[in-house]
Design a protein around this ligand. Structure first.
Ligand code: HEC
Length: 252
């Protein structure tokens, strides 16, 4: 009995630990996402707009090392578009036959160019704070999509009595209520190709969709497979039931 209580207490600590550590963070505001639920899919328009927001705004501080330009085919960019996007970057390659590293134009097969050479350089440019790699952020945070959206749209003046540290910004959705990242989105920071107005909410929603895709690009096929398996099991159950009726029909 005593052992069981101890085990239960230990389990509870494990579960409660992260929640307590998150401290004063406010609960993310719940949004409707096209990718919610067992039949949810990604909205290609939103993903492409979201990529633009990442590229024009976030990529100056945050890397996405798990993504290569060629992966953008998955969200509807054509080969030419991808080649053109990659061609906008220079990357280091080598060594060549002389043993020298050299710079060349990026190709579709290259990873997204990272803004800083290493973590130290990233921290030095950001007041000591580290802009995390965003490849998996939506999966890495509890209620990731809603958290991200709430964080990006949640900057406001601190309530009376709350002091915010030097170089920090008040944001109730970040654990501790203050974050080293200043509000990254301003209205009309980008111009969308499909003429969607670039409000802060719109950009936050689209970049979140893009990062949700980035964290789980195989989500749609996973869900499709789930539905197929369910259908298969339903049909199989029906058939087994019919067979059972037939086999036992003469037994009274
Ligand atoms: C000027 C640099 C800069 C830009 C631009 C920027 N960020 Fe950040 N971001 C940071 C830094 C620095 C931190 C770390 C903050 C901290 O630890 O207090 C951060 C933190 C974050 C976090 C919190 C991660 C966590 O641990 O929960 C998210 C999410 C995030 N950024 C997303 C974005 C998105 C999306 C964009 C583009 C719309 C963006 N950032 C643009 C510098 C930047």
């Amino acid at each position: 009995m005593r052992r069981m209580i101890l085990a239960a207490a230990a389990a509870l600590t494990l579960v409660a630990g992260p929640a307590l550590a998150a401290g004063e963070a406010e609960h993310p505001r719940q949004q409707k996402w096209s990718f919610d639920g067992p039949f949810g899919t990604f909205d290609r328009g939103a993903l492409q707009r979201g990529f633009l927001v990442y590229k024009e705004v976030c990529s100056s501080c945050h890397a996405m090392q798990q993504k290569a330009y060629r992966h953008l085919a998955n969200i509807g960019f054509s080969e030419e578009e991808i080649r053109a996007i990659a061609a906008g970057y220079k990357v280091m390659d080598g060594p060549n036959d002389e043993g020298e590293m050299f710079e060349r134009t990026a190709r579709a097969s290259d990873r997204f160019k990272r803004p800083f050479a290493n973590e130290k350089a990233a921290r030095a440019a950001n007041n000591g704070a580290y802009p995390v790699d965003l490849s998996l952020i939506v999966k890495a945070r509890h209620d990731g999509a809603n958290y991200l959206y709430s964080l990006l749209t949640g900057y406001k003046a601190p309530p009376p009595g709350k002091t915010v540290g030097e170089g920090m910004h008040y944001n109730p959705y970040f654990p501790g209520g203050q974050i080293a990242m200043g509000a990254p989105l301003n209205a009309d920071a980008v111009t969308f190709a499909d003429n969607t107005p670039a409000t802060v909410e719109q950009m936050a929603k689209d970049v979140t969709s893009f990062l949700a895709w980035a964290a789980e690009p195989e989500m749609e096929s996973r869900k499709r497979m789930g539905v197929q398996v369910m259908l298969f099991l339903i049909v199989l159950s029906g058939m087994l039931y019919a067979v059972k009726r037939k086999v036992w029909a003469d037994v009274h």
